[in-house]
Design a protein around this ligand. Structure first.
Ligand code: GLN
Length: 562
């Protein structure tokens, strides 16, 4: 039985250095050489999972097919590779302790003292073993936080133990650090990196590769200095300079041979690197034929990480047709019927993304109305789909009090209800519908033509469902169409307005499955429709200008002396 090899990624100096992107880029390169990879994130914080953490503090909650609510780094992992991630690919101190404490309560430890070493470290190693399946050549495990954090100590110790167990050619340690430029001195400083490596070595870990974040790159001297003080080979000191797009990072790493170093240390042989499709994608990204402006009307717009996957999926949707997608983040709370046109008219398409809680709801409904009456392509995701249906029920079907039970539990017209309140639906236990569900598409719909097939699977994360028994008839009677539903329990998954150029809402989160090399179909088609509107508008503008010109010019001609 072959056992996978390991790449362990830690971080030093400060947070936010892009460990997730570094891990994803190494994994990407190993895949480009024909290896089968997977990635895992171990977070030292005590929350059991990021599901209940504020998007403002922690960014987006990424959802896997099997319904795990995970750290947003797993989104990078999936976008950069073909790895299929599950619940086992993200763990926190909280989830590890939860498991240990449950065992302790059951009496599984037979009266022994339960301790950080060996029990917590063993549980961390079990977590790594869970994803070390036979179909994988290399497992990349990233440790959240920064070396020196008290809460990450058990994780570092567990990695050290794994190295002891698998041997030196069984794993490589990659440490991501910062080489700051101090303007006053006009110098790049290597000391923070040295200190960080010293910290790591105090824990018994000698890094093999240093990924040094730097604004502009560094000289051979700096590289040599870092190599010598940190006891790392010169070619293993990688300059990770700031780049225009995260998708450039694998290319930067390839130029410095990061994959060769990893393969060499792990004594792995692999095929030549084939970066062709990736490079081609980058070329398209940098040479768009036109642009398109999308207004995202949401509630966490001040903190773009809350919409990480969404932002990427829009970009991919543009990439698919060489269009540059310019996103305008529009705070939903600031939108009113009166101000709406002024705030939204510059956009070619409008998107209302997912969200929880009542803040900004009225603004979203106004944005939907604006898009509907002005023929602006509209894409509603999860909460955005619910708002699209509510707007229609209120303003087209005349049910003024229509609402979701989430926002007005006493409304006489609750068009969205919690699962267990829906008649004839058995309570699924948990309060959320999360993870992948199959969905069947109606022929002749926007969705069906986007996906080009009848059955799809997309990921969910929500509590409320369309109250089909009570509101389907009135909705469809006024022209909205239900074009996607789950095959067995017939939950409503997609609604559309066929009389509109492109107006679609989906109860699931399609952004979680979009990749730069495999753009998600709904995003692609929404961007396409928005671009078509842009062209129509452009043409319309040109027509108006031509009209004015003729009028002016004609008047002159008429007035001209004979
Ligand atoms: N708050 C809504 C629900 O729970 C929508 C959730 C979401 O957009 N992810 O159903």
């Amino acid at each position: 039985m072959s056992r996978p090899k390991y790449v362990f990624v830690t971080g030093g100096v400060v947070s936010s250095l892009g460990k997730g992107i570094a891990s994803s880029s190494i994994a990407n390169l190993l895949e480009c050489r024909g290896l089968r990879v997977t990635l895992q994130k171990l977070d030292p914080y005590l929350n059991v999972d990021p599901g209940t953490m504020s998007p403002f503090q922690h960014g987006e909650v990424f959802v896997t097919d099997d319904g795990a609510e995970t750290d947003l780094d797993l989104g990078h992992y999936e976008r950069f590779t073909h790895a299929v991630l599950t619940r086992a690919h993200n763990a926190t101190s909280g989830s590890i302790y939860e498991r240990i404490l449950a065992r302790e309560r059951r009496g599984d430890y037979l009266g022994k003292t339960v301790q950080v070493i060996p029990h917590v470290t063993d549980a961390i190693r079990e977590q790594i073993a869970k994803v070390s399946t036979e179909d994988i050549d290399v497992v990349l495990t990233e440790i959240g936080g920064t070396v020196g954090d008290i809460e990450s100590l058990p994780f570092m110790e567990a990695l050290r133990q794994v190295r002891q167990q698998v041997g030196r050619d069984g794993c490589v340690f990659v440490h991501v650090t910062l080489v700051p430029y101090i303007a006053a001195a006009g110098e790049l400083k290597t000391k923070p990196t040295q200190h960080s490596v010293k910290e790591l070595r105090a824990l018994g870990i000698q890094p093999d590769i240093l990924v040094c974040r730097t604004e502009t790159g560094f000289s051979r001297e700096i590289r040599e200095k870092i190599a010598s003080f940190c006891d790392v080979d010169r070619e293993a000191v990688i300059a990770a300079r700031d780049v225009d797009t995260v998708y450039q990072v694998p290319v930067e790493f390839a130029e410095q041979g990061v994959d060769d170093i990893v393969l060499d240390r792990l004594r792995l042989t692999a095929g030549p690197r084939s970066l062709g499709p990736w490079q081609d994608m980058l070329d398209r990204l940098r040479n768009p034929r036109d642009k398109v402006r999308i207004g995202v009307v949401g509630k966490y717009v001040d903190y773009e990480d809350s919409y990480k996957s969404l932002k990427e999926a829009l970009l991919h949707g543009g990439l698919a047709q060489s269009l540059d997608v310019e996103i305008g983040w529009q705070e939903a709370e600031s939108i009113t019927r009166e101000t709406c046109a002024g705030q939204l008219e510059r956009y070619d398409g409008i998107l209302v993304p997912g969200g929880f809680g009542i803040r900004g709801i009225d603004g979203m409904i106004e944005a939907v109305r604006y898009a509907r009456v002005n023929d602006v392509p509209y894409f509603g995701i999860c909460l955005g789909m619910q708002m699209m249906v509510i707007e229609f029920l209120r303003n087209v079907c005349g049910i003024r009090e229509a609402h979701s039970a989430e926002f007005d539990p006493k409304s006489p017209h609750r068009a969205f209800l919690k699962l267990r309140e829906l008649k004839g639906v058995e309570d699924l236990g948990g309060t959320m519908r999360v993870g992948a569900w199959p969905c069947r598409l109606t022929p002749g719909s926007f969705a069906r033509s986007a996906y080009g097939r009848e059955e799809i699977s997309e990921r969910h994360r929500h509590r409320y469902e369309f109250n089909r028994p009570e509101y389907e008839q009135v909705l469809t009677g006024h022209g909205m169409r239900i074009t996607g539903e789950t095959p067995e329990v017939d939950y409503v998954e997609i609604c559309e307005l066929p009389s509109h150029p492109w107006f679609l809402g989906c109860q699931f989160h399609p952004e979680f499955k979009s990749k730069p090399l495999d753009p998600q179909p709904l995003f692609r088609e929404f961007v396409r429709a928005s671009h078509q509107r842009r062209l129509r508008q452009g043409k319309a503008l040109a027509d108006i200008e031509a009209d004015q010109f003729l009028r002016l010019f004609g008047a002159r001609l008429q007035g001209a002396p004979g």
